[in-house]
Design a protein around this ligand. Structure first.
Ligand code: ADP
Ligand code: MG
Length: 443
């Protein structure tokens, strides 16, 4: 039990293995004891172990007798933080989503030590009034929904109003923001969730949010941080996904004061793909685009010359939101069946667009997962859009257009008439220092 408790204990709250959350009077001491005893060999620190056990038993007893109470906002924020921002890449994702929701055209991301020391996201979006900037650090403050009805027709990335207060509760956060028409900007600092006063500041229109010392007051979460290189890799992956879904926005990444990449605004997903992914061995990406009963599936499918050991080259978006969804991946993989070796995975960028009320995006706090009302219908549109396009490209291969998917026996669809042909495409020369399939370095 001790280990489990140790992982879940942070800040002022203790999450018990029963799922209950309590604010033990002596949290600080418990956390202190846990970090001492946790990794030590059995038998070490006998007195501390005994004290820890006593404190926890006492707390469990108190918990049983306790009547329910509303958690203080600060603790609620830290609990949300554990769910929403498991690692620096998740902070980057939340900040980027806010910038995109604010209509940014150019976003600069700065990190140090894989994001553990610093994550700063600066945008040229709408900015906030002073009052809204203060409000944005309060839990459940969002400008994106107002009513329950709004929840079923979400068109923004954010809507839960949790990210900023959650991030602020486990870091040193500084927000600077100014609307284009305002005389001054507003600057607010928060330390471990304690929000300071707002002050005027001079800045260009937009918003800059700086997050330092992530998890400084959350020892359990800090322990789960991997090496700076690994965390930076996860941040780059997050950026690639988001940048693919927003090709009209420019992205720049600076890591440890070095420019890592600079992706100017692109005219197409294909162009962005060249900037952000740019695999050298790909000779062609085929554009596919098909729709049926209000569901549209479009994107890029690599010809069958190359396949990958993992699914990391499959990028899926639903109504612009990067998502991970088994059904979508399966539809893509099945469209490639017999074209690439078994157990290998294709490279595909898929955008599904459909009425927002037919998809539930409020399934998980990180909003990476979704639920479809009619997943069979979506499967069919995606499968055929890609299969038919690949078939038209490989007339001599053993697949035929309009083949029925192996997993589903459903109505056949016509070959889309609006397929676009791309010229043979070669990615630009890639920077050697980056190696692997990473993004290109800025020159
Ligand atoms: P959500 O995105 O779910 O609304 P957040 O906690 O991420 O919740 O943000 C709270 C609010 O702060 C947003 O609804 C938005 O009004 C404002 N906000 C946050 N980041 C920015 C930004 N970069 N530019 C403009 N407004 C922002
Ligand atoms: Mg948000």
């Amino acid at each position: 039990m001790t280990m489990e408790l140790q992982r879940a204990a942070w800040g002022g709250a203790l999450k018990l293995s029963t799922g209950e959350v309590t604010t033990v009077k002596n949290t600080r001491r418990v956390v202190e004891l846990m970090s001492l005893v946790g990794d030590a060999p059995k038998g070490a620190f006998p007195e501390e172990r005994a004290e820890l056990k006593r404190l926890i038993v006492e707390d469990l007893k108190a918990l049983k007798e306790r009547t329910p109470a509303i958690l203080p906002e600060q603790i609620a924020n830290q609990i949300a933080a554990a769910e929403i921002i498991a690692r620096p890449a998740a902070v980057v994702k939340e900040l980027l989503e806010n910038s995109l929701d604010a209509g940014a055209r150019m976003i600069t991301i700065e990190i140090e030590s894989g994001g553990a020391a610093l994550i700063a996201v600066a945008d040229d979006g709408s900015g906030m009034t002073s009052a809204n900037a203060i409000l944005s650090l309060r839990r459940h403050a969002t400008s994106k929904i107002r009513t329950v009805a709004d929840l079923s027709a979400i068109r923004t990335f954010g809507f839960r109003g949790e990210a900023l207060p959650a991030i602020a509760s486990v870091s040193h956060l500084r927000m600077q923001t100014r609307r284009a028409g305002d005389e001054h900007g507003t600057e607010i600092a928060a330390e471990g969730g304690n929000v300071g006063d707002a002050r005027p500041c001079e800045m260009a229109a937009g918003t800059r949010i700086e997050v330092r010392q992530l998890f400084f007051n959350a020892p359990a979460q800090r322990r789960f941080l991997k090496t700076a290189a690994t965390e930076q890799g996860a941040i780059i992956e997050t950026l690639q996904r988001i940048a693919l879904g927003n090709h009209q926005v420019a992205f720049r990444l600076i890591a440890d004061r070095r420019a890592i990449f600079d992706w100017p605004r692109a005219n197409s997903v294909l162009e962005r793909f060249g900037q952000a992914i740019g695999l050298k061995s790909w000779s062609r990406l085929l554009a596919f685009d098909a729709d049926s009963s209000g569901i549209r599936a479009q994107g890029l499918a690599a010809t069958n010359e190359e396949s990958f050991a993992t699914e990391r080259m499959i990028f899926t978006f639903v109504n612009g939101r990067p998502v991970r969804d088994r059904m979508l991946t399966l539809a893509i993989e099945q469209a490639y069946q017999t074209l690439i070796p078994r157990g290998r995975h294709p490279a595909t960028v898929l955008f599904v667009d459909m009425p927002p009320e037919d998809v539930d995006v409020n399934v998980h706090p990180t909003k990476n997962e979704i639920r479809f009302c009619n997943s069979g219908g979506v499967f069919d549109v995606v499968y055929h859009a890609i299969r038919d396009r690949l078939a038209s490209e490989n007339p001599s291969s053993d697949i035929e257009p309009n083949q029925t998917p192996p997993a589903r026996r459903r109505q056949r669809r016509k070959l889309p008439s609006n397929v676009i042909e791309f010229r043979a495409w070669r990615p630009k020369k890639r920077n050697r220092a980056q190696g692997g399939d990473g993004p290109k370095a800025a020159s």
